[in-house]
Design a protein around this ligand. Structure first.
Ligand code: HSE
Length: 314
């Protein structure tokens, strides 16, 4: 029986100053979906592993299921799709867990159907899944998970995505303390209005960060990784955040901030051994507070989703 298995990566959204408009993909970890044709015209989830039994099998309550349902509706497809989902991404971690499942699911289903749509065309279905998961169709996890690399969301209406080339040595440490923060909650606490003087600092930084990535100017990347709007509010939800950030910067990281809506914290560097040291330093701050954590060291994933084992190739 024909089946398609697709891995989709974790992502770091916001990248300090780019709330809802910038994200990048990691090589690992990620979620994996296997899709095959099923009975009737339904989307069915046969099994979910790696979630500790927390996610419901109801396809309407799962981001992979929601994204596939929107794809099938869009295509007017009468065949049903059945999936199994292997979650390697922790829930509520700030690593783009909901986006990774949605992207893996919709790419697997699209491949099963003979690739009627391009990856870029699949993104709107993953945004519907994000909306179902957290109430907001933000694209800064789903777009980089789908396209790989750094992706700028230049605009939402209409969706205007720009792949931003990044220097090859750029690497990332992400530390995931074992605390859970729901994106929906982390969005509710944000102020709805910002001061003009903060906006000026923020848009200077986002412009600087994009320019730094494109020029391969690490000093500019580091100087620009500052968030004066979101981080001061959300960091209050992460115990020891300032010490963790300090530890990363003292170890030579270019910059450090909250990954997505947290609690994960990421640091960027241009030297693998230095970023590994920064990761260990961040982890030891959490250990000192008796908070367990997982550390991920990764290059930038420029590929996006990949076929794991497939009857047809993608
Ligand atoms: N931009 C989103 C937020 C990302 O910060 O709420 C969530 O992972």
């Amino acid at each position: 029986m024909k089946e398609v298995t697709v891995f989709a990566p974790a992502t770091v959204a916001n990248v300090a100053c780019g709330f809802d408009i910038l994200g990048f993909a990691l090589e690992q970890p990620g979620d994996t979906v296997t899709a095959r044709f099923g009975e009737g015209n339904e989307v069915r989830i046969r099994s979910i592993t790696g979630d500790g039994g927390r996610l419901p099998l109801d396809a309407d309550k799962n981001t992979a299921g929601v994204a596939i349902r929107h794809l099938l509706n869009h295509l007017g497809e009468k065949r049903g799709v059945e999936i199994t989902l292997e979650k390697a991404l922790p829930l509520g971690s700030g690593l783009g867990s909901s986006a990774a499942s949605a992207v893996a699911g919709v790419v697997a289903a699209n491949t099963l159907l003979g690739e009627p749509l391009t990856r870029e065309e699949l993104i709107p279905f993953t945004l519907e899944a994000e909306r179902a998961a957290c109430g907001a169709a933000h694209a800064d996890n789903a777009a980089p998970a789908m396209l790989g690399g750094f992706v700028l969301i230049r605009g939402y209406d209409p969706l205007d995505l720009v792949r931003i080339p990044a220097p090859g040595e750029l690497c990332c440490a992400v530390i995931h303390p074992h605390i859970e923060i729901r994106t929906e909650d982390a969005r509710k606490i944000l102020r709805k209005e910002i001061r003009l003087e903060d906006a000026i600092v923020q848009w200077g930084n986002i412009g600087g960060l994009i320019a730094g990535l494109m020029k391969g100017d690490y000093g500019l990347i580091g100087r620009s990784m500052k968030d004066v709007i979101i981080e001061p509010v959300r960091s209050l939800l992460i115990p020891g955040f300032e010490e963790v950030k300090q530890a990363a910067l003292e170890s030579g990281a270019l910059g450090c901030s909250i990954s997505g809506s947290g609690p994960s914290v990421f640091a960027l560097g241009n030297d693998r051994s230095q970023i590994e040291a920064a990761g260990r330093a961040m982890q030891s701050v959490f250990s000192g507070m008796h908070i367990e954590s997982d550390l991920y060291i990764s290059a930038i994933n420029n590929q996006g989703p990949s076929a794991v084992h497939s009857g047809s190739s993608i």
